[in-house]
Structure formats: C-alpha cells, structure tokens
Design a protein around this ligand. Sequence first.
Ligand SMILES: [Zn+2]
Ligand SMILES: [Zn+2]
Length: 139
Amino acid sequence: MRCPVCHGDMIVVEHNRIELDYCRQCHGVWFDAGELELLLESLDLESLQVILDDVLELPEAQSGEKKRRCPICGRKMKKANIGQEPPILIDVCSRGDGLWFDGGELHQLITQAAGISRDKPAAQKRVIDFLGEAFQAEK
Ligand SMILES: [Zn+2]
Ligand SMILES: [Zn+2]
C-alpha cells in the first residue's frame, strides 16, 4: 500500500494479530476499518472506542492541512478531530475503509487513552509495550 502523504511504500506491522500499515519515511500509520478497535480492545482501552464509533459521523474539522486520498479507494478523506485536549486531527475515509494518523498522532492518542485509564496501570503498561514493540522497525 502507498503512503497517502509521501507516497512511499508502507510496511505491514503485526502485533498481537493486529495489522497496521506503517510508513518508514513520514512515520504515519494506517488502520483498516476494525483494526484500530481490535488494538484498543487488546490494550484494554475501551474508553476510546466510543469516540471511534462516531468518527464517521463527526463534522469535517476546519484545517489548513492538505486533503489526503484514501490508500484503498483513492477518494479524498475527511479530517476529523478525536481525543481529548489537545484534539488530534486524523484523516478518515468516508466510505469507512480506515483511518490515517500522521507521524506521532497515534502515539498521542494512545498516550491520552492510557491517561484516561490512569486507574489501570496494567493497561498503561500494555500501551507502552505495544508502542515499543510495534515500532521497533523505525529505530
Ligand atoms: Zn509516508
Ligand atoms: Zn477509502
């Protein structure tokens, strides 16, 4: 699959049977529909799923950021703000193919989610392990 930002080839990263596509050049991450939910479930971060369930219904976010094309269907993706303060601006395929996170945004989202689950040290540890293992390739 081609990166929607820099158009380089993305690599598939697998972690706990969850696959994501990762761009080594710009560090962006693509999740097919459903994969991100699986990830959050496996990390015990259900609090975030509520936000993601509604992501297709969210209004288009105002942004100067360039529109990107979905790596699957090629249509322009919608900008949406998710998460807590500060919100994270992601790109969403309006057909529901998946979600795009620019370099660092996935990290922000998962870190926020782990903060919400502050009462769950085990969840936080899983998050840290995931980020460390899944993105070893970039070091
Ligand atoms: Zn890229
Ligand atoms: Zn699409």
